[in-house]
Design a protein around this ligand. Structure first.
Ligand code: SF4
Length: 685
């Protein structure tokens, strides 16, 4: 039996043809007909078949250390949430969910929290990944719409990658970029690190971390001076706030920008000249932009340039936010962030009324809820008294993870629904619920370029595992909302999601799934990948009240000087062959060969000064915590900067605990944590 499904890992969203070859074995091939990958797979996707065994799985509901029946476990979850709400109000409970959930799972969780519990304290680990892009899109476009698609890369003449090691983190997209470069397009990489992606670029700008706004404002000023603005597009389709150009011009001469970004002026000039002269330019950005304390401003600085030069909504001319997780976008579409309501709507009064009418819900969240970092802070302060964590591992992945653990330990009631029995987070759970894994569950995911694909089951559910949507709706029904959560299969949830996206949608909201799988179950089962929204903004209309996009005034914030006790700057990120906290990739031995242990990358000058030797051990410390790493001395780091991977946990290693190190500081607009610039120190052990 061969099944068309989608990769479990990243936001590229590659299609897979999976042929079941035994009870729990499968042959994996790329799907030639999937528009995201056209048959190709990277190392992680290729080795998915090695990860479908039942090793380490949670197969039965557990209350404390004891196995329990589903009825007993669900009753307990529903009762404790209901009692907590009755005693302390709807704001005393929270869900922390995941970009690993399928859209249908996300939809039911969001509906339960926002429309029935009546709070918006549901946030997702996607907050850590791309919420600055969401906030930037909403400020500029009025709606969280990604205008670009992968097809744009095939016709671009200049591709600019900002804060993205695409060759490692989105390998199949990178192959597409390379193919376009082989056909003559130029590649510019803007990244403080000289990554594998940067090494292959025509131009590599290793800017000072956090200087992106200066860089892009300088580019905008250059384009204006060079006559490269699209004044007709600006006049007709873009709202320019008072004083915008004066602000852009301030400190944006080539020399000042080169100094602010700490790059050679000649390289900067080359980038600016190439951009100004190349109408078909795609600027793709990722975590290096989003995971900054000024991430939203950086996103808008990029979008400003594209709007002002008319490089948007046209083939090969787009700003392009690329997401990390397989279904971060599906979560955004249903409103799975604390800051959005549903179907790309915010909490405006008319939206609340519309969604409440559609859901026929008894109560509705009236305002945005707690974003991830604030949510765990409030958990620590005792304001959140019951928490349900779904398909994610915040005890490792949140910044200041040590404090998150203390907060989890102090919470009166923690539920964890997960695939894995023992995670760093589930150690704090009062109830653990066994969820279906990739290869067992059915539903939809949306990738970085808005392509919606099906994930399909290959194997029967093992033990007593259940799909996440089923678990959530059973709790909702036990809390008293039987009719609103009477789903028997994911197709019914999908149809409701489609109907909500079109409900009283007079075309002002671009997000619409009209015509996609709204028919019967057979139509859902046969669904082939599709991209919603066609070519957004191709007609120059934006989903703002007046149809015009907005330039956003952004200024470069002062970059703080190194602190006396913490003279270095720590940056964190991914390895090519691992995924998040390695609960799945750790099962594939071949993937460990690329990097067998967590390394701290150090520039040779720093290594000499601090007497660190390549291959030796070092203790890396920040004001938040410390951990042990093996040292890699490399001039791919800028002097004064360190890099460590995010994947290792207490369960997999005695060192490399990167989650303990970053500060719980966030971008003020998006609430996304700034993982990329933590003050640090390091010493040999
Ligand atoms: Fe999977 Fe991403 Fe690799 Fe594609 S690029 S195979 S989606 S991990």
């Amino acid at each position: 039996m061969t099944v068309r499904t989608t990769c479990a890992y990243c936001g590229v969203g590659c299609g897979i043809r999976a042929t079941v070859t035994g009870e729990r074995s499968v042959r994996i091939e790329g799907d030639l007909d999937h528009p995201a990958n056209r048959g190709k797979l990277c190392s992680k996707g290729t080795h998915l078949g090695e990860t479908v065994g039942l090793e380490g799985r949670l197969l039965h509901p557990m209350i404390g250390k004891r196995r329990a029946s589903w009825d007993k476990a669900l009753d307990q979850v529903a009762r404790r949430f209901r009692e907590t709400i009755e005693r302390h109000g709807p704001g005393s409970v929270a869900f922390y969910v995941s970009g690993q959930l399928l859209t249908e799972d996300y939809y039911v969780a969001n509906k339960l929290m926002k429309g029935f519990i009546g709070s918006a304290h549901i946030d997702t680990n996607s907050r850590l990944c791309m919420s600055s892009a969401v906030a930037g899109h909403m400020r500029a476009f009025g709606e969280d719409v990604v205008p670009a698609s992968y097809d744009d890369l095939d016709v671009a003449d200049l591709i600019v990658l900002i804060g993205s090691n695409t060759a490692w983190c989105h390998p199949i997209v990178y192959q597409r970029i390379r193919a376009r470069c082989d056909a003559g397009a130029r590649l510019v990489v803007i990244d403080p690190r000289r990554t594998e992606t940067a090494e292959q670029a025509d131009l590599d700008l290793a800017i000072r971390p956090g200087s992106d706004v200066a860089l892009m404002n300088g580019l905008l000023a250059w384009c204006r001076e060079a006559g490269a603005l699209d004044t007709d597009f600006l006049d007709r389709h873009v709202m320019t706030p008072d004083g915008f150009w004066e602000q852009v011009g301030e400190g944006s001469d080539l020399w000042s920008v080169a100094r602010a970004c700490d790059v050679p002026a000649a390289d900067l000039r080359r980038f600016y000249e190439w951009f100004a002269a190349t109408p078909r330019t795609v600027t793709m950005f990722s975590q290096g932009v989003n995971q900054s304390l000024t991430g939203t401003d950086q996103v808008n600085a990029i979008i400003n340039v594209h709007l002002a030069t008319g490089r948007i909504g046209k083939p090969g001319a787009q700003p392009f936010s690329i997401t990390g997780q397989p279904n971060a976008m599906g979560g955004r579409e249903v409103g799975g962030l604390a800051s959005t309501l549903a179907a790309h709507m915010d909490f405006a009064e008319e939206n609340r009324a519309l969604v409440q009418r559609f859901w026929a819900s008894p109560t509705m969240a009236t305002k945005p809820g707690l974003k991830a970092v604030d949510l765990f802070r409030e958990l620590g302060h005792g304001r959140i008294k019951a928490l349900w964590v779904m398909a994610t591992n915040p005890a490792v992945s949140m910044p200041d993870a040590g404090r998150v653990r203390e907060a989890l330990a102090g919470c009166p009631f923690v539920v964890v629904s997960d695939v894995i029995a023992d995670t760093d987070t589930s150690a704090f759970a009062h109830v653990r619920l066994p969820a279906a894994a990739w290869g067992e569950k059915d539903g939809t995911v949306t990738n970085s370029d808005r392509t919606v694909s099906r994930q399909r089951a290959l194997f029967p559910l093992p033990g007593e595992a259940k799909p996440d949507w089923w678990i959530i709706k059973e709790v909702a029904r036990r809390m008293g909302w039987k009719t609103a959560f009477a789903y028997d299969r994911p197709a019914e949830i999908w149809r409701e999601h489609v109907r909500l996206s079109t409900y009283r949608n007079d075309g002002k909201r671009l997000f619409s799934l009209a015509g996609h799988g709204a028919g019967g179950n057979a139509e859902y089962d046969a669904m082939t990948p599709f991209r919603w929204g066609g070519k957004p903004f191709a007609d120059g209309r934006f989903p703002t009240g007046d149809g015009r996009a907005k330039l956003v005034k952004v200024t470069q914030k002062a970059i703080s000087e190194p602190l006396k006790d913490w003279p270095l700057t720590l940056n964190t990120g991914r390895y090519r062959d691992q995924w998040h906290t390695m609960t799945r990739t750790g099962l594939a031995p071949k993937l460990a060969r690329h990097r067998e242990e967590p390394l701290v990358e150090v520039h040779p000058d720093d290594a000499r000064r601090l007497e660190l030797v390549d291959g030796g051990l070092a203790r890396l410390a920040t004001p938040q915590g410390e951990s042990l790493y093996r040292v890699q001395v490399t001039d791919s780091q800028r002097p004064g900067e360190l890099f460590t991977p995010i994947h290792w946990t207490d369960r997999t290693s005695s060192g490399g605990r990167t989650g303990l190190l970053p500060r719980p500081l966030t971008d003020p607009v998006s609430g996304q944590p700034g993982f990329k610039s933590t003050p640090a120190n390091i010493g040999a052990v």
